[in-house]
Design a protein around this ligand. Structure first.
Ligand code: DQA
Length: 151
């Protein structure tokens, strides 16, 4: 059984209490439970992580590249939070690791402030999911499972 790695960046540990009008009232633990169920449906094993530190996310993407090359990983779903809009390091890590990655946002970043319209992740992502609320994680796992089957 292959693994799906779900990575969450800065401030996503505050889900549930952080701007609920934008991100909803479900916590990160609730999101993890949703992902567990979705992974099970698609016969994938879930590895779910969160970090507020850019370098840790870089290390995890490198690790994912090695796992995908070894045939144990279906791919990565990344909600990089604000690092989406700033991080050349994450862009380079995804490119360098050669990992299949879906960029995810709970909110529709394109309908928000102009500084959220630019993504350093999109050019190196296989697909992008935004604006479906936390259910986007479920949809992204389904999409990744389909991509992995096609490979
Ligand atoms: C986010 C959107 C980002 O602009 C923001 O910085 C986040 C969350 C989302 O899930 O909608 O932290 O990635």
């Amino acid at each position: 059984m292959k693994t799906v790695l779900v990575l969450n960046g800065p401030n996503l540990n505050l889900l549930g209490t952080r701007e609920p009008q934008v991100y909803g009232s479900q916590t990160l633990a609730d999101v993890q439970a949703l992902c567990e169920r979705a992974a099970e449906v698609h016969n994938l094993q879930l590895d779910f992580r969160q970090s507020n530190h850019e370098g840790e996310l870089v290390d995890w993407i490198h690790e994912a590249g090695r796992a995908q090359a070894a045939g144990t990983l279906a791919g990565v779903i990344l909600n990089a939070g604000a690092y989406t809009h700033t991080s050349i390091a994450l862009h380079d890590a995804i490119k360098g690791a050669g990992v299949t990655l879906i960029e995810l946002h709970i909110s529709n970043v394109h309908a928000r402030e102009a500084f959220r319209h630019r993504s350093y992740i999109s050019p190196v992502a296989r697909a992008v999911m935004a604006g479906f609320g936390v259910n986007g994680y479920v949809l992204a796992i389904a999409g990744l499972a389909q991509l992995a089957e096609q490979r």
